[in-house]
Design a protein. Structure first.
Length: 375
């Protein structure tokens, strides 16, 4: 066992204490007041942990963002940590998902995704700071609050802050098997609007243009865009339309979820969806992207370098990918080396059995600290 790993194992109880303070401050994305309650707590924590600067970015539609910087006056190219503290669990989830510890598992809403990831970052930075071993470069930590809804408010800030960074580290949870994530699918959410013409379904059905029938033909066309063998999925996920049981429907709105492995596939799919045209005379069809994340394509050499560093400190890592996105998708698509899934091991993200494997936290803190030391 490396000395650094032994040190973090000795800090396990303190890591759990901080995690508990975070989890008990519920932070459902859509509840700004509750999210800001956690932001207030973390702002105090960052100042107490010796950050050279802590900046708060007020938000109208999300919880406020925080940026902390260590070694602010260093001349080296910065490293950037990215963490989100919003969760998918509605306020009050603690009543049905109480914080508890069962053997090696720590349960609580948002514990795995991804409050434990922030604990790991703070422990790694603090340990190296106390040892006077932080690399001679600025270390930025960006804490956002809208990741679970696609990062609509934070995307611009993420890109601006990452633009001059040498490395981005994302402490989203590892895979269920404990692997870091070297690729992620990109995705886009589209809205399809079909307009027809209303008419009485009994007296004058021939005078109407049935938007539901038009939509049905569009749905079949959209479904043909799936190419699962090559990682492209296109799913109509929600549909609403019609006005009354005896009226030819004049309007349909549908939501479409898309996932792709490459930027090329994303561009091709976007072109196909926005080129949809009506099948019925007189109908209109529009399909527009609401928001999306580009794919994080695997970058050769990144995992290999991280794995070699981990081995020197007694931490063996593996790699995998996922169909879900993260803020690391944005930075990877910018061409910035990005390592994702450096957070805690566990299972049940977004579910009632969400939990962290407790002894993975010291392990991952060791890996993160080692990357800072040797990258």
């Amino acid at each position: 066992m490396s000395e650094l790993l032994e040190y973090f194992r000795g800090r396990q109880d303190e890591m759990l204490e901080l995690l508990t303070e975070m989890v008990k401050r519920e932070s459902f994305t859509r509840d700004k007041a509750m999210v800001d309650r956690l932001v207030d707590f973390l702002e105090r924590q960052l100042n107490s942990l010796g950050a050279d600067a802590v900046q708060r970015f007020p938000q109208d539609e999300a919880g406020d963002f925080l940026k902390a910087t260590w070694n602010i006056n260093s001349s080296g190219q910065p490293y950037l940590f990215m963490v989100h503290i919003d969760t998918v669990h509605p306020i009050g989830s603690l009543s049905s998902m109480p914080i508890r510890r069962e053997g090696r598992r720590y349960y609580g809403p948002g514990a795995l995704d991804m409050k434990a990831g922030l604990v790991i970052v703070l422990e790694a930075i603090q340990a190296l700071r106390e040892r006077d071993q932080l690399p001679d470069r600025p270390i930025h930590l960006l804490i956002t609050t809208d990741e679970e809804i696609g990062s609509p408010q934070s995307e611009a800030l993420i890109k601006a802050l990452a633009a001059d960074c040498a490395l981005v580290l994302v402490t989203e949870p590892a895979t269920k098997e404990g692997a870091i994530k070297t690729w992620r699918k990109g995705g886009g959410k589209y809205e399809l609007i079909v307009e027809g013409r209303a008419s009485h379904a009994g007296i004058a059905p021939q005078e109407g243009i049935n938007a539901i029938i038009e939509f049905a033909q569009q749905a079949l066309e959209i479904n043909r865009l799936n190419d699962l063998k090559y990682g492209t999925s296109v799913s109509v996920t929600m549909v609403e339309g019609g006005s009354a049981g005896n009226v030819i429907p004049a309007h349909v709105r549908a939501h479409i979820d898309t996932r792709v492995l490459t930027l090329e596939a994303m561009d091709n799919l976007h072109a196909a969806l926005t080129a949809l045209y009506p099948k019925m005379p007189g109908a209109t069809v529009t399909c527009a992207r609401q928001h999306g994340r580009p794919p994080m394509e695997r970058r050769p050499g990144l995992f290999e370098k991280a794995a070699a560093i981990g081995e020197r400190y007694g931490v063996t890592i593996y790699e995998a990918g996922t169909g879900g996105g993260s803020d690391g998708n944005f930075t990877a698509a910018m061409g910035i080396p990005t390592l994702d899934g450096l957070g805690a091991h566990g299972d049940g993200a977004h579910a009632s059995h969400e939990h962290v494997i407790i002894d993975s936290m010291p392990r991952q803190a060791t890996l993160v600290a080692a990357i800072l030391l040797e990258w």
